[in-house]
Ligand binder design. Structure first.
Ligand code: ADP
Ligand code: ADP
Length: 230
C-alpha cells in the first residue's frame, strides 16, 4: 500500500531553473526511504513537494490517495497527513516545549487542552525529554530542540514523516540522540522519508536508499547493495 505516490514530477523555480526533471518514487506503508545525493541536486525541493511546501508543474503526487493539486488548493488536507522535521528546528521561542507540541492539536485538531497535553507528555516521554516540558526552546540543547520538533510533528498523528537533514545543524554529540529517536520511530512502523548524509543511519535503518543527482533519481537500492557498490 503506497502512502506516497509520485510520478514524473517536474518543477521549475520562478527563475526558470529546472530543479526536478521527472522524478518518480512510491513510498509504502511502514517503509523508511533515505534520499542521498550531492548538495543542490533537488532532494530538499523533492520532499517539500510531499507536504505542499513547494508547488510543482508537471506529474502527479498523491498522499494516501489524495492528489496534491498543482496549485496547492488542498494544502490543508495534505498537511494533516504529512509531518515534517527540518534542519532548523523552527520551534516557537516564546512557547514552552509542551505548548509547542500541543499548539496544532488544540487549534487545528480542536482537541481539548487536557487531551492534547496528555498525548504530548506521552510523546515527550517517547523522545526522552519529558523533564523539559515546561522549559522554553532557548533553554534546550540543539538535540533536545530537534526531539521537540519531532514530538510536535507526531502530535498531529501523520501518516508519513519527512526529515530534511534533521541532524545537519547539530553538534556531533547530539546527532546520535536524534538518530536514535528516528530509529525507534522506524521500529514502531512509521513511514519515513529522510534526506540525510548519515550513512550509518541509512545502512541500519533504511529499507531503500535512493540517489538523486541534478534533479533526477539515478539509483535506487537496498542499503546493502547501495553502499557496497564498487
Ligand atoms: P538539495 O536539497 O539537494 O541540496 P535543493 O532542493 O535545496 O537541493 O536545491 C536544488 C537546487 O535548486 C539548488 O541549486 C538551489 O540553489 C536551487 N533552488 C532552491 N530554491 C530555489 C529558489 N527558490 N529559486 C531558484 N532556485 C532555487
Ligand atoms: P537547503 O539546501 O538547506 O534547502 P539552500 O541554501 O539551498 O538550503 O536554500 C536556502 C533558501 O534559499 C531556500 O528557501 C531556497 O528556496 C532559497 N534558494 C536557494 N537557492 C536559490 C536561488 N538560486 N534563488 C532563489 N532562492 C534560492
Amino acid at each position: 500500500e503506497a502512502v506516497i505516490v509520485s510520478q514524473d514530477v517536474e518543477k521549475w523555480y520562478d527563475n526558470g531553473f529546472h530543479v526536478l526533471k521527472g522524478v518518480s518514487l512510491n513510498i509504502y506503508k511502514g517503509e523508511v526511504v533515505v534520499i542521498m545525493g550531492p548538495s543542490g541536486s533537488g532532494k530538499s525541493t523533492f520532499i517539500r513537494t510531499f507536504n505542499a511546501l513547494e508547488p510543482y508543474q508537471k506529474g502527479k503526487i498523491e498522499i494516501d490517495g489524495i492528489e496534491i493539486a498543482h496549485d496547492l488548493k488542498n494544502i490543508e488536507a495534505i498537511r494533516r497527513e504529512v509531518g515534517m522535521v527540518f534542519q532548523q528546528f523552527n520551534l516557537f521561542p516564546h512557547l514552552t516545549v509542551l505548548q509547542n507540541v500541543t499548539l496544532a492539536p488544540i487549534w487545528v485538531r480542536r482537541w481539548k487542552k487536557s487531551k492534547a497535553e496528555e498525548i504530548a507528555m506521552r510523546l515527550l516521554d517517547r523522545v526522552g525529554i519529558r523533564e523539559q516540558a515546561y522549559k522554553y526552546p532557548g533553554q534546550l540543547s540543539g538535540g533536545q530542540q530537534q526531539r521537540v520538533a519531532i514530538a510536535r510533528s507526531l502530535a498531529m498523528q501523520p501518516k508519513v514523516m519527512l526529515f530534511d537533514e534533521p541532524t545537519s545543524a547539530l553538534d556531533p554529540e547530539m546527532v546520535r540522540e536524534v538518530l536514535d529517536v528516528m530509529r525507534n520511530l522506524a521500529k514502531d512502523g512509521m513511514t519515513m522519508v529522510c534526506v540525510t548524509h548519515e550513512v550509518g543511519f541509512a545502512r541500519e535503518v533504511a529499507d531503500r536508499v535512493v540517489l538523486m543527482d541534478e534533479g533526477m533519481l539515478v539509483e535506487e537500492n537496498t542499503p546493502e547493495a547501495f553502499f557496497n557498490n564498487p
